[in-house]
Design a protein around this ligand. Structure first.
Ligand code: ATP
Length: 448
């Protein structure tokens, strides 16, 4: 179990530095709903961009989709969600709190010790009404996963892309689950974002592609900086597998509350397309030119949550260290995920320094996500940037007015190099793409 940092510290950092706030806070908040501030929104975008880049952009065999949150109600009958997207719920007879039956060890309420009811099944889909008439016929659901939108568009993806199987559809979008016990900050919420890939394959190749995607997805987290020691794979046991699934692995992360699921990868067999073909009356089989066979493709599904990744990236990047007798909190986020890439910091709010600092900020803004800060001491401003994981700070001092050079400070090593303003953008770009921050190189003049 990772005990590097407590959840309380992460929650407090998130609030203090503008990553995540409780939703509707001025009204007392709404349970398990969260708003993302200036830093949080950037980190979320960067996670989604990184996923899209690896799963869609860099591949020839995956296309993107964006399907509607509200779908025909029959979709959820065909998929099995109406009948069985349920969790067993127990209720305390004294305080009436409700719990997931799997979360309580005895038949006593964990809060007040009262007696619990027998479990009953509770459907996790949010219902709502479509149209101006409030009757049952207008009942629809908010999707609990983005996957079904991709299953029902299987034909479209194959026809439009003019590609052969194996072929994947990928989508990032909101999902909604009326979880009985949301919690652990943003780990389990009732509204969240899914990043899902549905990879359609020839049935006798499904095992190969399943193993392939388990590896790919595990490595994605490692490439983006998560320590391998804090990740593990867990295969689902027979009793845990969905009735249609052939196999399933969870990628688990060592969260402060213990090992928990970060992403699931399932071999869903031909269940989804068979169900939708039967219920819609559309033939969803695929004619394979190469083998001369017609079959219902199997589906390999890596399904990840943006917010859970967000939490794992934050926890893994969080470090407290002592620098010159003071504790500094630093998020050693991978530069591609860091909300702000470059902070522009004039040494002081001096009328001579400000114009040059503003000019530099203007030059950098179109190229990088930047932040300008001239309030309080330079040391404090460095600390603030460390806390949000900004890889580089550019400092403009009085000497800069004379020699047109500025200092770049590296978040991780605290090393500083001095570069001509004309070279600044190029230098930052190469450093952000991973070139080592070598103080002995080029214009290095001092080290801290
Ligand atoms: P759990 O067992 O934690 O409820 P699950 O197995 O039902 O999750 P999946 O349906 O496999 O989850 O969804 C895939 C991913 O979507 C999860 O690994 C997680 O990252 C994310 N996810 C699922 N439910 C939630 C939720 N309520 N809040 C935040 N993220 C979620």
């Amino acid at each position: 179990m990772s005990s590097k940092v407590s959840m309380e510290k992460i929650v407090s950092l998130c609030k203090r530095r503008g990553f995540v706030f409780p939703s509707s806070e001025i009204y007392g908040g709404l349970a398990s709903c969260w708003d993302y501030g200036p830093m949080g929104v950037e980190l979320k975008r960067n996670i989604k961009d990184a996923w899209w880049r690896t799963v869609v952009q860099e591949r020839e065999d995956v296309v993107g989709l964006e399907t509607s949150i509200m779908m025909h109600p029959k979709v959820w009958e065909a998929s099995g969600h109406v009948a069985s997207f349920t969790d067993p719920l127990v209720e305390c007879k004294s305080c009436h709190l409700r719990w997931r039956a799997t979360e309580v060890d005895s038949n006593k309420c964990p809060k007040c010790g009262g007696e619990l009811t027998e479990p009953r099944m509770f459907n996790l889909m949010f219902k709502t009404l479509m149209g101006p008439v409030e009757d049952e016929a207008g009942t629809i659901y908010l999707r609990p996963e983005t996957a079904q939108g991709m299953f029902v568009n299987f034909e479209n993806a194959v026809t439009i892309s003019r590609k052969k199987l194996p072929l994947g559809s990928a989508q990032i979008g909101k999902s909604f689950r009326n979880e009985i016990t949301p919690g652990n900050f943003i780990f389990r919420t009732r509204e969240f974002e899914h990043m899902e890939l549905e990879y359609f394959v020839k049935p006798d190749t499904a095992k190969y592609w399943f193993d392939y995607w388990v590896r790919e997805r595990f490595n994605w987290y490692v490439t983006l900086g998560i320590d391998k020691e804090n990740l593990r794979l867990r295969q689902h046991g027979k009793e845990e597998l969905a009735h249609y699934a052939e196999d399933c692995y969870d990628i688990e992360y060592s969260f402060p509350m213990g090992w928990s699921e970060l992403e699931g990868i399932a071999n869903r067999g031909d269940y989804d397309l068979t169900q939708h073909a039967e219920c819609s009356g559309r033939d969803l089989s695929y004619y394979d030119n190469e083998s001369g066979q017609r079959y219902i493709p199997y589906i390999i599904e890596p399904s990840a949550g943006v917010e859970r990744s967000f939490l794992a990236f934050l926890i893994d990047a969080y470090q407290e260290e002592t620098v010159e007798g003071e504790t500094r909190v630093v998020l050693r986020l991978c530069p591609s995920l860091a909300p702000i890439k470059v902070a522009v910091l004039p040494l002081s709010r001096n009328e001579k320094l400000t114009p040059l600092a503003r000019e530099i900020h203007k030059q950098l803004r179109p190229n990088f996500m930047t932040w300008y800060d001239d309030s309080q001491s330079i040391g404090r401003r460095y600390r603030r940037q460390d806390e949000v994981g900004t890889p580089f700070c550019v400092t403009i001092d009085f000497q800069s007015l004379e020699d047109r050079q500025v200092t770049i400070r590296d978040r991780d090593s605290l090393a500083q190099i001095r570069v001509p303003i004309g070279e600044l953008e190029k230098t930052l770009r190469t450093k952000l793409s991973g070139e080592p921050f070598d103080v002995s190189s080029l214009w290095a003049t001092r080290q801290k």
